[in-house]
Structures are given as structure tokens and as C-alpha cells.
Write a protein that binds this ligand. Structure first.
Ligand SMILES: Cc1cc2nc3c(=O)[nH]c(=O)nc-3n(C[C@H](O)[C@H](O)[C@H](O)COP(=O)(O)OP(=O)(O)OC[C@H]3O[C@@H](n4cnc5c(N)ncnc54)[C@H](O)[C@@H]3O)c2cc1C
Ligand code: FES
Length: 501
């Protein structure tokens, strides 16, 4: 089964054309995921002229691969957040994320967007064989930030009757692409211009304006918001505080009513999660996710899906067949909050990046924050997400995540994975060594070879093949490249260098 998410059949502006020539606007938004579209919405409602530009189709990045929990408490646990960032920041984090959920609720209601939005309970339950004191520590931290919470024993999943549990009222969920299709239509009606298939190659700030250069045109704007998931404006500093993780999702059919509609996730690391999505007729879909690993450090999706499926079937015997499976990438910052706000050293460029498994709420609250800053307003959330913050308490996480870069660069002196191109079967990719060079080699299903340098065009880390998604993953800062060498996830901007056979 090829990688397809439950949301991908909803297309948004499939007819959007590319940028040609020079255009002007008040604010240019690079990236059309939830962060970009939400930013365009907030700004056009405040009478700004806005352009949204994307490398590929509209909303075809990680937002199309999400699992759509709208949960305002830190998914790395509030107790961990408080330990690193302190009680005041923890409170502001919760309040800002909850404001993101409220904003989605308000927008879908006021704009009449049919997107299955609903409020429901969330259950954090003790992972298999894990101590109950995690639940007690978390209870204390959650109460301290002022979130509603109830301590229980037992959750409605088989074998979990005596697990310790926290129930969080007023979490939410929705169909993210139906929601964004509605928001994008409102944006367009308010004058926002959308350009697709137009990679931004350079962001430059000069003479009181920002220019965004593409191969066939240029945008000149008063301000720019870089909502490319991982920033393309900043080369290194912020990326060293963010680590990319690949994460997996299965969708199962289930008869309606077999599982109470709620969000469920456990305390394991990486954690498993479960949620329901309305399906056709008398069936719903159950989404089950987890099995995360650092990007590029494993290429064993089938085993991961098998483990997820067996975990899910044990807890939910009523599950029917698997209908979809897909993976995606999240960016974990070393101190648990994304980078939202003015880019360090810049006057007119703003960022929305590094938002982990809570990227949907980050995208929406980041849009509110960046809009306020562009309009010259103060926001109490600024310090929590400030891109120039110095997370000293997170030094251990910094060292752990950056060890990947050192280990990765050492791979340039190791042998290739194949000794000759003849070993590659159709549909396979692998690394070949040729003299001092490492080559990313892919043979497509028709037998044609695609050869590129295995050196990531961001800052040169060594790429790894991903068989399930048919792409090259960079373990350092999350760039992803298609077999033809084109980048499909930032921070990389340039294509891989082609190599002769
Ligand atoms: C499997 C999975 C499950 C998840 N579950 C949840 C969840 O339950 N709840 C939650 O809150 N979050 C969740 N997340 C995280 C969340 O979905 C993402 O963090 C969020 O969607 C990212 O949105 P974004 O707008 O920042 O990025 P994206 O949606 O990736 O959009 C960025 C856009 O920028 C474009 N771009 C990149 N470079 C350029 C360039 N040079 N020029 C022009 N355009 C460019 C890309 O083409 C892309 O369209 C999950 C993520 C995954 C993968
Ligand atoms: S993403 Fe930074 S080196 Fe590849």
C-alpha cells in the first residue's frame, strides 16, 4: 500500500499557477501549510494585501500528513516543559496553544466551514509497564498551568482498565484539509493571491522591503513570513536547535460506536496515539500513530507499521481492515516550543518553524503572534517562542541532537551500501561510493537510473534512502529530496547535484 493520508483527497486550489514577473504586496507568506494559510487569513482580515507562495501545490507539505489532534498541552509532557522552561513559560505555552484551538473553533464557526470540528475528551494513559508516578507528576504540572484535568483509573481500551489516566476536557479535532480549503477560500475572497509550484530561492531584506526571488519572478513585500516548516531564511543557528523525527500513521475502518470518540495517547517514548475520524455510511476511521525515529536513521517502515498494527489490535479488537498508511516528519525543538516571531537579526522577516507533534496549534497561534508583531502590537506569548531565545537549560538535548550531525558527517568515509549500480533493482535507492564521492542512486520502476550527489544542499550532511516514501531524507535538519533531486522539504532550497553515470 503506497503512502496516502486520509486527508489528501481534498485538493486546495489545484489550478493555482506559478509566479511570473514582479509582484508587490504588504506581506508575502512563503509556505502554504497550516502556518502559512492561517497567517494569510489573520493578515487579510486586518486589511493587509497578502501573497502566499509555495514550492509545490497548496497545502501539500506536512499539514497533509498530520493526524489532527488539537491538544493544547505539551505533547512532551507539561512536567518536562516546566522543568526546562519554568512555570511562567509553561502557563503561557498552554494558554497560547489553547488560544490556537479556540481560534480554529471560532473561524470554522464564523466562516461556516464544514470540517468535522468537534470538542472532545483527551486521555493520557500510563504506557505498558511504565510507572504511575509519571501521571502524578503530570497532574501537578497541568494543574499548575490552570488546565482542566481529572485523574482516573482505566481508559476504554482493552487491557487498560487499571492503567492510571489523566482526562483532559475540551480537546478538539477536525478534518485539517477541509478546514484549510475553507480558510483559503475566505483568503482568496479577501484578495489574497496564491502562487503554486514556485520555489523561493532567496529571501533578502534591503531598503525597507523584503524581496523573495523565484526562477521566474520576484515578490517585493513590506514584510515576509517564512512558514516553510523548517526555515529557508536562516541557514544554521536555529536548525541546530531542532531535530527532525519521522513518524508513522495507520488508518483502520471501524463500525461507528465501537470506540468512544476521544483522543488517546500514552506515556511511552515515543508515544502511541489514537483518534477517530468520521467516515462514510456507518463506518469511521481510527487513526493510530507512533513508532517515531530520528529522520534517516531507520528504513524499516513495514516493521514499524506491523508493530503499530499489533499494538492497536490488542487494545481495540473491533478494528477492521487497514485503509491508509503514511508517514511524515515533525521537528522537535530542544526546549519544546516552536520558533515563532521575528527572525534574529532581521527587521522584516518572521518565522514559523519547529513545532513538533503540535504543529497545527503552533501554526494557528504562530499566525496570531506574527500578525500582532507585524502590526506593531505586543504579545504576551512572544518570549515563549522567540527565535533568539537562549535555551541554556536544554544544553543536554542540544548535545544529544547535534551528535547526529557529527555521526552523519563521519559517514562520508564509510563504504557505500552497494558496490555497483547493477545491484539496484527497479524502485530501489542506495548509496554508492565512487572514489571520494558518495552517490545517491535510485533506479525507477521503468529501470532508469537517477544519480545525484548524496550531500544535502542545506549544509552538506549525508542523505539516507527512504524506501516507503521513495525519497532521500537528511538526518541533520529535516530536508527531504525527491528521486529527481528536487527538495520537497525545507530547509534545503537547491536541488541535489546530478552525477554522470
Ligand atoms: C504524522 C504526523 C502527525 C501529526 N499529528 C499532529 C497532531 O495530531 N496535532 C498537531 O498539532 N500537529 C501534528 N503534526 C504536526 C503538524 O501536522 C505539522 O507540524 C504542521 O502541519 C506543519 O505545518 P506548516 O505549515 O508549518 O508546514 P507544512 O505543512 O510542511 O507547509 C510548509 C510549506 O512550505 C513549502 N515550502 C518549503 N520550502 C519552500 C520554498 N523554498 N519556497 C516555497 N515554498 C516552500 C512546502 O512546499 C510546504 O507546502 C503531525 C505531523 C505528522 C507528520
Ligand atoms: S538539512 Fe541540514 S544538512 Fe541536510
Amino acid at each position: 500500500m503506497v503512502s496516502t493520508s486520509l486527508w489528501m483527497e481534498t485538493e486546495i486550489f489545484p489550478e493555482a499557477g506559478g509566479l511570473k514577473g514582479d509582484v508587490h504586496c504588504d506581506v508575502a507568506v512563503v509556505g502554504s501549510g497550516i502556518a502559512g494559510i492561517s497567517t494569510a487569513y489573520e493578515l487579510c482580515k486586518r486589511d493587509k494585501s497578502v501573497i502566499v507562495i509555495d514550492r509545490t501545490g497548496i497545502v501539500s507539505g506536512m499539514t497533509a500528513r498530520t493526524s489532527a489532534h488539537l491538544a493544547p498541552l505539551c505533547d512532551d509532557l507539561m512536567s518536562e516543559f516546566r522543568k526546562l522552561r519554568g512555570a511562567e513559560n509553561a502557563k503561557l505555552f498552554y494558554e497560547s496553544q489553547a488560544a490556537g484551538v479556540d481560534r480554529i473553533e471560532e473561524i470554522q464557526a464564523s466562516e461556516k466551514i464544514a470540517c468535522d470540528f468537534r470538542r472532545l475528551d483527551g486521555y493520557l494513559f500510563q504506557g505498558h509497564g511504565m510507572p504511575a508516578n509519571i501521571i502524578d507528576q503530570e497532574l501537578e504540572a497541568v494543574q499548575e498551568v490552570g488546565a482542566p484535568v481529572h485523574r482516573l483509573v482505566g481508559v476504554p481500551l482493552k487491557g487498560c482498565e487499571s492503567r492510571h489516566v489523566l482526562r483532559y476536557p475540551r480537546q478538539a479535532t477536525f478534518h485539517p484539509l477541509k478546514y484549510l480549503a475553507g480558510v483559503a477560500a475566505v483568503c482568496e475572497a479577501n484578495g489574497v493571491r496564491f502562487f503554486a509550484n514556485s520555489p523561493v530561492e532567496e529571501v533578502a531584506e534591503r531598503d525597507g522591503a523584503v524581496t523573495l526571488r523565484t526562477a521566474q519572478g520576484q515578490i517585493t513585500a513590506g514584510h515576509a513570513v517564512i512558514a516553510t516548516n523548517a526555515s529557508i531564511a536562516e541557514r544554521f543557528q536555529l536548525h541546530s536547535k531542532v531535530a527532525p523525527y519521522r513518524t508513522y500513521v495507520l488508518a483502520f475502518a471501524i463500525a461507528r460506536g465501537e470506540l468512544p470518540d476521544a483522543l488517546y495517547w500514552d506515556t511511552e517514548d515515543p508515544y502511541h496515539y489514537v483518534r477517530l475520524q468520521t467516515g462514510p455510511d456507518d463506518h469511521d476511521f481510527v487513526l493510530v500513530g507512533g513508532e517515531d525515529h530520528k529522520s534517516g536513521e531507520a528504513n524499516d517502515a513495514d516493521q514499524r507499521f506491523a508493530r503499530l498494527e499489533s499494538w492497536a489490535r490488542e487494545l481495540m479488537p473491533a478494528l477492521g481492515k487497514v485503509t491508509h498508511r503514511w508517514s511524515g516528519q515533525v521537528l522537535d525543538t530542544i526546549d519544546y516550543a516552536g520558533f515563532m516571531g521575528r527572525e534574529p537579526g532581521s527587521e522584516r522577516v518572521y518565522l514559523a518553524m519547529g513545532d513538533s507533534g503540535q504543529g497545527l496549534t503552533h501554526g494557528v497561534m504562530g499566525a496570531m503572534l506574527n500578525t500582532a508583531l507585524i502590526l506593531g502590537e505586543e504579545s504576551s506569548w512572544q518570549a515563549v517562542y522567540a527565535p533568539d531565545r537562549k535555551p541554556l537549560a536544554a544544553a543536554r538535548n542540544f548535545l544529544r541532537e547535534n551528535l547526529t550531525v557529527l555521526q552523519n558527517l563521519a559517514e562520508y568515509v564509510t563504504p557505500g551500501e552497494i558496490a555497483s549500480l547493477e545491484e539496484l533493482k527497479p524502485g530501489e535507492g542506495a548509496i554508492l561510493r565512487r572514489g571520494l564521492e558518495k552517490i545517491a542512486a535510485y533506479r525507477d520502476k521503468a529501470g532508469e537510473l537517477h544519480l545525484h550527489s548524496a550531500s544535502c544542499t542545506h549544509i552538506g550532511c549525508h542523505l539516507h534512502w527512504n524506501s516507503f516514501e521513495t525519497c532521500w531524507d537528511c538526518p541533520c535538519h529535516g530536508s527531504i529530496f525527491a528521486p529527481n533531486g528536487q527538495p520537497i522539504n525545507a530547509p534545503a532550497v537547491s536541488a541535489l547535484r546530478p552525477v554522470e553515470r
